[in-house]
Design a protein around this ligand. Sequence first.
Ligand SMILES: *Cc1c(COP(=O)(O)O)cnc(C)c1O
Ligand SMILES: [Zn+2]
Length: 408
Amino acid sequence: MSPRLVCGTCGLRLPRGSLRLQCSCGGLLEAHPAPSLRGVRLRAAFDRRREGDPAGEGSGVWRFRELLLPGRGPLVSHPEGNTNLYRRDAVARWAGVADLALKHEGENPTGSFKDRGMTVAVTQAVRAGATALACASTGNTSASLAAYAAQAGLPALVFMPRAKVAAGKLAQALCYGARVLEVRSDFDECLRLAREASDELGLTLLNSVNPWRIEGQKTIVLELLQQRGWEPPDWIVVPAGNLGNTAAFGKALREARELGLISRLPRLAAIQAAGAAPFYHSFRAGFRRRFRVRAETIATAIRIGDPVSYERAARAIRQTRGVVAAVSDREILSAKAVVDGAGIGCEPASAASLAGLRQLVRRGIVGPRDSVVAVLTGHLLKDPRVARGAPVVIAPRVSEVERVLKDL
Ligand SMILES: *Cc1c(COP(=O)(O)O)cnc(C)c1O
Ligand SMILES: [Zn+2]
């Protein structure tokens, strides 16, 4: 049966090869992959490719191609994925669990997990004949889109909230040659504008409303399961803003179990910043009510008040018996100091996962013996202004160095 797009809200089915990215009812479309292999045979195919060239068969995204984009053709790939799982005793001890691995998605080519979704969505856009690409962004989506548009030779238009994007991300979007529009408003308005402008002006929208972004981001989970020999951890912890990743993780886990790649579902923990926590408020209300807030947090990548993937993320939390937590900016900065101090490093939003894990352990929700994979979503250099300490200014004399050495 050929894979197709299905509307998550009204159930409308679109044929394979459809150019549409949103349903006329306003609902989000979802891809339904139908691989010809299942279970151990599918696992074996994935494992065999992992031995291949990381820029080809061994790509951390395209190695899972049966579950991503139907059809064959050239790929717009840098490549992506093959990110490390780090184990550091000091970090695990701080969180309060013995078995913790950090999956560092900041090791993707533009420094965030967005590249995994972008390679799939831009590849699809090129195949569908797109002439101009667009996105709204808190920063990393635009950095990623700019790079993939440059590689594909297509113009890119990015909408950013004015003065709320970290310096590294803005620099990337400009250097890769995207046309950057700084909107005098917040991210939520930027996304509304980008959706409207795309509809009216024929731009291809590369936000996570684009179903192919979600398909690519599933590979974070597929790759971490594979790195663990297909033995799921008890928990997967992820920072949550617009909820594309939470939705993608739920979809990846559902498909992995249906296809017999794994036999048990890990529980998902989605972590929001307390100043941008509408999904957390919904979770506390048993998902009976959808909240929208005016968002504020130092973690600009998750500074989002009206997350677009709300419904499918709620499904991901329910289906995995997951939880949603909220952490203060102080907790985020403490966690970032621990990740940075272990020599790994991440941007502020990424540290929300570790901060949330520590809180969930303290609340007795995650057990000290549970196995946990926490996802670090972006690279330390994305947001150089959120740095600990400051340089010491000295004259060029050894005595001055000696003075500094004494207080180390
Ligand atoms: C995009 C992003 C997030 C939020 O992911 P969502 O899918 O929007 O929930 C978190 N951290 C970083 C670094 C990001 O770039
Ligand atoms: Zn619909």
